[in-house]
Design a binder for this molecule. Structure first.
Ligand SMILES: Cc1ncc(COP(=O)(O)O)c(C=O)c1O
Length: 246
């Protein structure tokens, strides 16, 4: 599951090696594409987004400005400068070649072993297709399990039709659980609810923006766990994340 910024990782790596092929393990993240809260952290979204970005004139100008800045740094200081500054790939050279594996059976609906490989590779047809198919045939069974295959198709359909709502519900439930743990005098003795600033030290939170999912005063307002909070308040970034329904 990718809580780091996938697009930024790819972007900076492509500045170092523009033909790098990315293989992302999204074993537990198959649900992510179906909700805007998670989608931007997926490999497929990031690959498409970078492809669009590299075509923009604005990006090209940014790259040229970056090159000019770099040229002004003394040769023996360039490595240190690059460590301090975000790396920007050359849009004329960088290729977007991204593969991701998802265990559909883990977080969506499918029989055990049902999994998918998603591909966003500009060079797939030209460079990869036949070797990829050969490797796939080598490692897969010659007697496919049609029940697993059918269940994958059902899982895909369900995610497409109901995924957004289901992920929203799951988010709401996890917030309710968090709220309950936070407010129960018994549980409070043993559990702490971690928020962003507990997980990411201040020096790595460049924006300085405090986490929107603050526990106080939003959660503390509630005397008893129970009513589900409105997700719209989370998405709007309100510090009061719980909204009493009706
Ligand atoms: C991070 C990660 N990658 C890959 C796998 C393997 O996935 P699969 O069950 O589809 O073989 C797992 C399984 O637990 C996992 O946790």
């Amino acid at each position: 599951m990718a809580w780091y910024n996938v697009r930024r990782v790819m972007e900076e790596c492509l500045a170092i090696k523009p033909d790098l092929v990315f293989l992302w393990d999204e074993a537990w993240f198959a649900f992510a594409s179906f909700n805007p809260i998670y989608r931007t952290r997926t490999a497929m979204f990031s690959a498409a987004s970078l492809t669009r970005r590299f075509k923009r004139t604005k990006y090209r100008k940014k790259y040229e400005a970056y090159q000019q800045q770099l040229a002004q740094v003394a040769a023996n200081e360039q490595s240190a400068w690059m460590l301090e500054n975000k790396l920007i790939p050359n849009p004329d050279v960088a290729r977007i070649r991204t593969y991701t594996t998802q265990s559909t059976h883990k977080t969506l609906t499918s029989l055990r072993q049902g999994s998918m490989i998603h591909i966003f590779d500009q060079d797939f047809r030209r460079k990869v297709e036949s070797t990829f198919n050969e490797a796939y045939m080598t490692h897969t069974s010659t007697s496919p399990n049609y029940q697993i295959l059918a269940s994958l198709d059902i899982g895909r359909r369900q995610a497409e039709l109901e995924g957004y709502e289901m992920v929203n519900k799951q988010l709401a439930l996890s917030m309710t659980l968090r709220q309950s743990a936070y407010q129960s005098d018994r549980l409070k003795k043993y559990f702490d609810v971690l928020v962003n600033k507990d997980l990411v030290p201040a020096e790595f939170r460049e924006s300085g923006v405090e986490p929107t999912l603050t526990l106080t005063p939003g959660l503390a307002k509630w005397k008893k766990p129970g009513p589900m909070m409105s997700l719209s308040s989370i998405q709007a970034g309100s510090p009061y994340i719980l909204v009493k329904p009706g």
